[in-house]
Ligand binder design. Structure first.
Ligand SMILES: [Zn+2]
Length: 83
């Protein structure tokens, strides 16, 4: 039986990696540790967990409270919906 192979295309060498060492399934496909999405971006590897797709782990920038937002929200159609 043949195990999964890394499907990363090595453009410089015009071939697929096809490494079978510690290959796991990532969003783009099967990848060896050298060619995970994070590794290609130069990011540290994060163990995947359930419900945490890897491309969604980037946290949103923290929202700074804006007094204008609050005033806008409370001013929206309160009288119309009250009827
Ligand atoms: Zn690879």
């Amino acid at each position: 039986m043949t195990g999964p192979l890394c499907g990363h295309w090595i453009g410089a060498e015009r071939r697929f990696c096809r490494s079978a060492d510690q290959v796991r399934h990532y969003l783009p496909g099967m990848r060896c540790p050298l060619h995970t999405p994070n590794a290609l971006k130069g990011l540290p590897e994060v163990p995947p967990g359930p419900g945490r797709p890897r491309d969604w782990t980037t946290p949103h920038p923290p929202r700074t409270p804006n007094p204008r937002d609050k005033r806008h929200l409370t001013a929206v159609k309160t009288q119309e919906t009250a009827r």
